[in-house]
Write a protein that binds this ligand. Structure first.
Ligand code: NI
Length: 237
């Protein structure tokens, strides 16, 4: 038996309603993505920003990062071998840090505010390690080797912590290390600026004695939270 046919005028109205609904949904999604794009925080991807915005709009708090930092998804491995130059111009590899933990941050010395803040956070976390700081090396890796020579790095890292290591290299070495840590970076030039900037992701990595990333910390993490996670790892090591 055939389903009863809808009167033509009703079908017309239904089709219109569906079309209008589709347009509204598309517009709303567009607005949301736009808001996510402009509301991105440094180091935050568009998808992450969208997720944060969506949870906020649905009346839920975005989940706070755990005290141990962001846990790596199962099976995901970050870090590993690298070959760079330290601030004294010596070639160094992961083997030079073997057996010690590292707190690693990627950035550039010309960064106006975010990099200094995050390096200050690492330095503050180091000071909270209560006699265990010798087991941890704070490391700053430049994503701007063009300007950040070993000399520039030496001057810069000394401002943050007496034991902070600055790593630079040629473009290939820097890009290989950034890739191993899934660090995004790109040169940004604007007509009104005489100097270029680097756009870059902004996580602090806790690296184990095996050279593998154990945890990562979002931008603006508290030094206490980082120190707590490091102390936990040191106890287990
Ligand atoms: Ni920066």
């Amino acid at each position: 038996m055939d389903a009863p046919a809808w009167p033509p005028y009703l079908r017309e109205i239904m089709l219109h309603a569906v079309r209008i609904l589709a347009i509204i949904v598309t517009l709303l999604l567009g607005i949301l993505w736009g808001a996510a794009w402009f509301g991105r925080q440094e180091g935050e991807g568009i998808a992450e920003s969208f997720a944060r915005l969506a949870t906020t709009l649905m009346g839920q708090e975005a989940p706070p990062p755990s005290a141990g930092g962001v846990q790596l998804p199962q099976g995901m491995s970050l870090g590993g071998p690298f070959r760079m130059q330290d601030q004294a111009g010596r070639t160094v590899t992961e083997a030079d840090f073997a057996g010690r933990f590292m707190l690693v941050y990627f950035g550039f010395t010309y960064c106006p505010d975010v990099c200094p803040t995050e390096l200050g956070t690492i330095a503050a976390a180091m000071d909270l390690l209560e006699g265990q700081e010798e087991r941890v090396v704070p490391v700053f890796v430049t994503v701007d080797p063009e300007r950040d020579t070993a000399e520039v790095m030496a001057d810069y890292v000394a401002r943050f912590h007496p034991r902070m290591v600055g790593l630079t290299g040629n473009a290939e070495q820097v890009s290989a290390m950034a890739r191993a840590y899934r660090v995004y970076y790109a040169k940004v030039t604007r007509p009104e600026m005489s100097q270029y900037l680097m756009d870059h992701s902004s996580f602090i990595y806790l690296v184990g004695p095996d050279g593998r990333v154990r945890a990562l910390f979002r931008p603006e993490s508290a030094p206490e939270a980082i120190a707590q996670a490091v102390r936990g790892q040191l106890r287990g090591a």
